[in-house]
Design a protein around this ligand. Structure first.
Ligand code: GMT
Length: 387
């Protein structure tokens, strides 16, 4: 298939999923066209079957707000026409689904069919889509899509409730490439000493440092852990709450024990160095960072929110726990649990193994990508039979 993919290329989990999806589809022989304002950050530009089309927005002095949505719609229509795309797949509803809708209409005027699928990731529904000014257009984009997927059952249900959408929403959960995200003992032995001594535990957090991620909780939990056992923290990512996190680290006198490594492209090389991930988010429709860590045999201490319980089982359903879940903001419980787990080698080893097994058994790219392929085929067939 020839597929156009649009996403936010530089920021957030939806862009990561869209880019990894494109890479996986291209590796399976599909022709992938990224239509975005800059090259997605996990692409090298050298991958076979992947093309990148930059959306340039002209900045005429009259425009206080350059019309990106229209430039995107135009580029989508041009690329679809020139490369005979079968489908557009947009990640994050706002504004991408509405731009895709315009592109579909532009092509329809020339007698060409161009169905589009919208994948909902979370904040497009839970935060942005519920801002009253965006609500009607978000709903319109979803309803007008030829296909809609959500990255967890929680998000599907939330979308139905919040937008009164009754049409089909296909749940296709996030995925990870289990060959790329894995713990390679030789690499760990070579790199870990840069971040922690042999007798220290290494904790990790990965996000875009937005308030929803509760980075200050990460620092607070870590400070309590570090007061109890030798430990270090690696903070991967950057964003609005970074300075507040630095300030709190200074106040709590743990600044020397924290590595702020900033935005990193190859997180698959850093995650396996850790013993434990902290993901105390206010909301996660899925929690891709935790999945990436789990594939690297790193379990998480996380919050019981959104779609996280679809990924992390803390033993309440009877299976071997692959992580631990807590209420949002319960710093004491999270710290105590982290300290007790990090002191118990055999329990930590069992949880690491269970984390990797969950990733392998349920969320590997090899299991999820065929679900996208078959959904694409259904949507394309439905759209052809309708036209
Ligand atoms: O919160 C983020 O990391 C950004 C956001 C996005 O759309 O870029 O993430 C959402 O999509 C991720 C990928 O599907 C999910 O793993 C995150 O749980 C989800 N974030 C929220 O729901 C807050």
């Amino acid at each position: 298939m020839k597929i156009g993919i649009t996403c936010y290329p530089t920021y957030g989990g939806s862009g990561v999923v869209a880019t990894e999806l494109g890479i996986e589809l291209a590796a399976r022989g599909h022709d992938i066209h990224f239509i975005t304002y800059s090259q997605p950050f996990r692409l090298t530009g050298r991958e076979a079957n992947i093309h990148f089309h930059e959306v340039a927005v002209s900045n005429y002095p009259l425009f206080e707000h350059p019309p990106y949505d229209l430039a995107l719609a135009t580029r989508m229509a041009e690329v679809a026409e020139f490369y005979a795309l079968d489908l557009l797949h947009v990640h994050y509803a706002i504004p991408h689904s509405v731009s895709a809708l315009l592109a579909r209409q532009m092509l329809a005027a020339n007698g060409r069919s161009l169905p589009f699928i919208t994948t909902l990731h979370g904040t497009d529904i839970t935060l942005v889509g519920l801002d009253h000014s965006y609500w009607p257009i978000t709903r319109f984009g979803i309803v007008e899509s030829d296909g809609v997927t959500a990255i967890s059952s929680h998000l599907r249900d939330r979308t139905r409730e919040a937008f009164g959408v009754t049409s089909e929403i296909e749940v296709i959960q996030n995925f990870v490439n289990c060959d790329v995200y894995t713990r390679n003992p030789e690499l760990v032995a070579a790199m870990r000493p840069r971040f922690a001594a042999a007798d220290e535990r290494l904790l990790v957090h990965l996000s875009n440092f937005r308030p929803v991620k509760r980075i200050l909780d990460v620092v607070q939990v870590f400070a309590r852990v570090a007061a109890a056992i030798p430990a270090r923290l690696m903070l991967i990512g950057d964003g609005p709450d970074r300075s507040a996190a630095e300030h709190l680290a200074l106040q709590l006198k743990v600044q020397d024990r924290i590595h702020f490594v900033g935005k990193q492209d190859n997180v698959n090389e850093l995650l396996p160095l850790a013993d434990l991930m902290l993901m105390p988010s206010e909301m996660e429709s899925f929690g891709l960072a935790a999945l990436e860590a789990m594939a690297c045999s790193v379990p998480s201490i996380a919050t019981r929110v959104g779609g996280v319980p679809e990924l992390i089982n803390d033993g309440q359903v009877g299976e071997e726990p692959n992580g631990l879940l807590f209420e949002v903001g319960d710093i004491s419980a999270m710290s105590e649990a982290a300290i007790s787990l990090l002191r118990d080698d055999s329990r930590l080893a069992a949880m690491s193994k269970a984390a990797r097994k969950t990733a392998q058994d349920h969320f590997c790219a090899s299991r999820i990508i065929p679900q996208y392929e078959s959904y694409y085929e259904r949507v394309i067939a439905r759209s052809r039979s309708a036209s």
